[in-house]
Design a binder for this molecule. Structure first.
Ligand code: MRU
Length: 362
C-alpha cells in the first residue's frame, strides 16, 4: 500500500541485501519511522515489543529472524535456539510457529554451509505468499460487500476490531483486504473502527491506514458496537484472527467475542478473514489456544500525541489499582457466519474448512 505516494510493504530487505527493515508500529499514527533489524535478538524484540504485530506479519518477521540467526551461526543447535527464542515472543498467533517450523523444515536437511541462501530465499517466499494470499482474501471478501451493496443500494457499513489491515500482514491485510478491494472497485463503503483498548490498534493503526487509502471511516469506543448494531447501522462485521482451530473456533484480539455476541443477537453477519497459515490443524477446541497475557501497564497507561507535537504516556487508573491484560479471546464457531480465505468463503466448521483445504483431511 502507499504512504504519501510511496509503495510500502511492512517488512523488506534493506539495500545491503541482508538486514531487514520494518515500520515501527508503536510510533504510528504520530510518527512514520523505519527500523533496521540486524540480529536475531533485534527481530525477537521487534515482535515482543510489538514494533511489528498482526499474526501474518509476525510470522514473516520470524522467518527473517531465522535468516539473521543463520548469519551468525547456522548450526543445528543455534537454529533450534533461535526458533525457541522467536516462538516464545508471542504465544497466541500460530503464524509465528508455522513460519519457524517451515524455515527449520527446509534448512535442517541442508549442510550448515548451504543454509543461509536458502533461508533468505524462503523468507522472501513467505512474505510474497502472504501478499498473494491476502489479495485472494480481498477478492473473495469483496463479493460479500458488493452483495450487501446490491441488496440495499446504499453505502455498506462494515465494523472491524483491532488492526487486520496491511500493517498486520506483509501487504493488503486480512479483514481489510475486502474493504480495500471493494473500495477500489467503486463500492461505497464506510468502516466503523473499534478503538481496541488497551493498545488501541484500531484507533491508531486501522484509522491511519484507512485514512491513507481514502476509505471513509469512523473510530468508535469499543463499547459502541452493540448500539450501532441495534440501530441497523452495521451491515457486516469483518475481523481477523491469530489462530483458528480445525473446527472453526476463532481466536482474535480481546473484545472480538463480545462483538460476535452482539452481531448474533442482531442478525448482523460476522465474518472472519484468514490466510491458510492461521489455521491450527492440530487443535480441535478454541479453549486449548494459549492466551497471551501482556503487561498490566498497557491497561493502566495510555500513550498519545501532546498539543505540542510530542509523545506522552499518562496513567489512567488510580495508583495501586490492580490491572489484568489478557490480549485475545475465543469466539466459538457457532457465532461466526463464515470464514473468508484465499481459497473462498466457507462455514466455520471442520467440514467447511476441509471443503477448501481437502488435502488436510485425516
Ligand atoms: O496484538 P496484535 O496487534 O498482534 O493483534 C492483532 C490481531 O488481533 C489481528 O486481528 C490478527 O493478528 C489478525 S491480523 C491480519
Amino acid at each position: 500500500m502507499r504512504v504519501d505516494g510511496i509503495p510500502y510493504r511492512t517488512i523488506w530487505l534493506a539495500q545491503d541485501g541482508w538486514s531487514v527493515e520494518i515500520i515501527d508500529q508503536t510510533r504510528l499514527p504520530h510518527r512514520f519511522e523505519i527500523v533496521r533489524l540486524t540480529t536475531l535478538a533485534e527481530a525477537a524484540h521487534a515482535i515482543k515489543a510489538m514494533l511489528v504485530r498482526g499474526a501474518p506479519l509476525i510470522g514473516a518477521t520470524a522467518a527473517y529472524g531465522i535468516c539473521l540467526a543463520a548469519r551468525a551461526d547456522a548450526s543445528d543447535s543455534a537454529l533450534a535456539e533461535a526458533a525457541k527464542a522467536l516462538v516464545a515472543t508471542r504465544p497466541t498467533a500460530i503464524n509465528l510457529q508455522w513460519a519457524v517450523d517451515d524455515m527449520l523444515g527446509r534448512l535442517s536437511p541442508l549442510p550448515p554451509g548451504e543454509r543461509l541462501a536458502t533461508a533468505y530465499r524462503r523468507a522472501a517466499e513467505i512474505a510474497d505468499d502472504d501478499v498473494a494470499t491476502c489479495r485472494g482474501i480481498g477478492t473473495h471478501g469483496a463479493r460479500l460487500i458488493e452483495a450487501a451493496h446490491q441488496r440495499s443500494g446504499k453505502t455498506v457499513n462494515v465494523l472491524t476490531h483491532c488492526n487486520a489491515g496491511w500493517l498486520a500482514t506483509v501487504d493488503w491485510g486480512t479483514a481489510l483486504a475486502p474493504v480495500y478491494t471493494a473500495h477500489d472497485a467503486g463500492v461505497p463503503i464506510h468502516v466503523w473502527v473499534d478503538e481496541t483498548r488497551p493498545r488501541n490498534q484500531g484507533a491508531s493503526l486501522t484509522a491511519w491506514e484507512l485514512g491513507r487509502h481514502g476509505v471513509p471511516h469512523t473510530v468508535i469506543a469499543d463499547n459502541a458496537g452493540g448500539l450501532l448494531m441495534q440501530k441497523g447501522e452495521v451491515d457486516l462485521c469483518i475481523v481477523g484472527t491469530d489462530r483458528t482451530t480445525r473446527t472453526g473456533d476463532v481466536c482474535n484480539k480481546i473484545g472480538t467475542y463480545l462483538k460476535a455476541l452482539a452481531a448474533h443477537d442482531n442478525a448482523v453477519p460476522f465474518y472472519v478473514a484468514l490466510p491458510h497459515s492461521t489455521i491450527d490443524w492440530t487443535l480441535e477446541a478454541g479453549a486449548d489456544i494459549p492466551i497471551e497475557m501482556r503487561s498490566a501497564e498497557e491497561v493502566t497507561h495510555m500513550t498519545g500525541a501532546t498539543a505540542e507535537g510530542g509523545l506522552a504516556t499518562i496513567r489512567v487508573t488510580p495508583e495501586g489499582s490492580a490491572a489484568s491484560n489478557p490480549a485475545f479471546d475465543v469466539t466459538p464457531a457457532r457465532l461466526v457466519t463464515g470464514l473468508i480465505t484465499e481459497r473462498g468463503v466457507c462455514k466455520a466448521s471442520r467440514d467447511g474448512l476441509l471443503s477448501l483445504y481437502p488435502e488436510r483431511a485425516p
